[in-house]
Write a protein that binds this ligand. Structure first.
Ligand code: AHR
Length: 495
């Protein structure tokens, strides 16, 4: 049994480019994200390059990771970057107060992170310490990584073995300043932001700084209102927003052992992203009708209970087809809102929350979420096509959500790409897409699907869920007919 939906796809003149940075990532000093997950040290038996796992480097290159946010999260506002430079054996240890109270030896620091970004071809996004740091410390970090020569910090960088600056463009001015960043009011933070931003110098490198204000938690519209009202435009390029998906914050439930009611609730919070972006954007439009300040969703993803027997402070969770649904619909929302949304950062890359990869010793697996990101690489830096349709409902226990989510783009070569998600747990859905105006021919397709929503990849069976070729579609006289199985992600590509 299925519903049938008609969808129109069109090219509009002033359509935005879907920034590849929408497909960005976030890795915090949290649990086994950096240590174990990314960095194992040069002496490890696990194959590595300068201490970073080569399997992770390859996996991230394969999804064309466009940027990586670091070192937090909450950790960022406790991080003093000078602890993480110079000879490793001389670096001080600290306690990671936010995440499990473990000792942090600072062996992964600024050079390690920025060299990794260079290796990956990803833009670094440094989230700097405002909560417990100083203006001087912040501006010194910028000088250290961006000033070519003839300054105290450039000299220090050279002493530490790096001649050329890295030219870091993206800077976060604190993180979650309404919470772990200092429990500030928006009025207080807006003033503090102005002070910090004033002393952020780009040191005349070609890569002018892109300053991101710590943003609202979900529907805290007042936060965005105050930042937009009180921060002068010449001091800011982006305003952030954080929103996680969960069953219930107080009762998150297992990542793999969940029922349909829990699935439905998680999808409800994931789809809420649309309303959040609409409403934050309305406020931004009011203060910035010229659309000069971007919305940066620099933390998003699913948050469940940790896996049994693991440290509750480490946020280690499995990743199932439910997570593939969250990734698929969220990225479609970002694509469709790419006029204002210019960056997104999935939390968090390896071994934490909605990770794209999990590790266990030398083993590594790629999650269903990873596969969605790989399928969606076709949208990186392409022109958004507008899509219009009434989605059929996915109904559970008398409540309904839109079952179908979609976005479409055209790349530089003129080829059209379409990503479709059917979140319905039971029903397949048939869509008829009118692509007549677009001159589309020769399409191929891929699908991510599985027998059960709870299915996931394990270290013993890492290829349980993989992307497969998809044939259940027809292109006839300007109409694409696609039958989407329950809880599936399909990407159609013009060859
Ligand atoms: O991603 C985990 C945590 O979630 C981050 O440290 C914080 O910014 C958010 O609350």
């Amino acid at each position: 049994f299925y519903g049938q939906t008609s969808i129109t796809v069109e090219e509009t003149e002033d359509a935005p480019i879907i920034s590849k940075h929408i497909y960005g990532h976030f890795a915090e000093h949290l649990g086994r994200s950096i240590y174990d997950g990314i960095y194992v040290g040069e002496d490890s038996e696990i194959p590595n390059k300068d201490g970073v796992r080569t399997d992770i480097i390859e996996a991230l290159k394969d999804i064309q990771i466009p940027n990586l946010r670091w070192p937090g999260g909450c950790f960022a506002d406790t991080y003093h970057w000078k602890d993480g430079i110079g000879p490793k054996e001389e670096r001080p240890s600290i306690v990671n107060a936010w995440w499990g109270g473990v000792t942090e030896d600072n062996s992964f620091g600024t050079h390690d992170f920025l060299n990794l970004c260079e290796e990956l071809g990803a833009e670094p996004y440094l989230a700097a310490n405002v909560g417990s740091g100083t203006v001087q410390e912040f501006s010194d970090w910028i000088q250290y990584v961006n000033h070519a020569e003839g300054s105290p910090m450039a000299d220090l960088r050279k002493e530490n073995g790096r001649e050329q600056p890295w030219n870091v463009k993206y800077w976060g001015v604190g993180n979650e300043m309404w919470g772990c960043g200092g429990n500030m009011t928006p009025e207080y933070y807006a003033n503090l932001y102005r002070q910090y931003a004033t002393f952020m110098t780009s040191w005349e490198n070609e890569n002018n700084l892109y300053r991101i204000a710590s943003g609202a938690n979900q529907d805290d519209y007042h936060w965005t209102e105050v930042l937009m009202r009180d921060i002068p435009k010449h001091l800011i390029e982006g305003v952030a927003l954080h929103s996680y998906s969960f069953v219930e914050w107080q009762d998150k439930g297992s990542a793999t052992d969940f029922n349909e009611a829990q699935y439905f609730s998680t999808m409800k919070t994931a789809l809420w992203m649309q309303e959040l972006i609409d409403k934050h954007t309305d406020i931004m439009d009011k203060y910035d009708p010229e659309n000069e300040i971007d919305l940066i969703v620099d933390e998003w993803g699913a948050w469940y209970d940790v896996e049994e027997g693991t440290n509750p402070g480490f946020l280690y969770q499995q990743n199932s087809m439910r997570d593939a649904m969250i990734a698929g619909v969220t990225l479609n929302i970002f694509n469709n809102e790419s006029d204002r949304v210019k960056m997104g950062n999935l939390a968090q890359t390896v071994n934490v929350l909605q990770a794209v990869a999990l590790t266990e010793g030398e083993k590594m697996l790629l999650t269903p979420t990873y596969h969605v990101l790989k399928m969606y690489t076709v949208h990186h830096d392409t022109k958004l096509l507008s899509v219009e349709f009434e989605s059929p409902n996915y109904t559970y226990n008398g409540e309904s959500l839109p079952a179908i989510s979609m976005s479409a783009s055209r790349n530089d070569a003129g080829n059209v790409n379409i990503s479709l998600v059917n979140i319905d747990a039971e029903k397949e859905n048939k869509v008829e897409i009118d692509v007549d105006a677009l001159d589309v021919e020769n399409m191929t397709a891929e699908i991510l699907s599985s027998a059960e929503l709870q299915d996931h990849n394990t270290f013993d069976n890492p290829d349980n869920i993989v992307v497969k070729e998809f044939k259940d579609f027809k292109l006839r006289r300007g109409t694409l007919e696609v039958t989407l199985p329950p809880f599936s992600v399909v990407v159609l590509k013009q060859e």
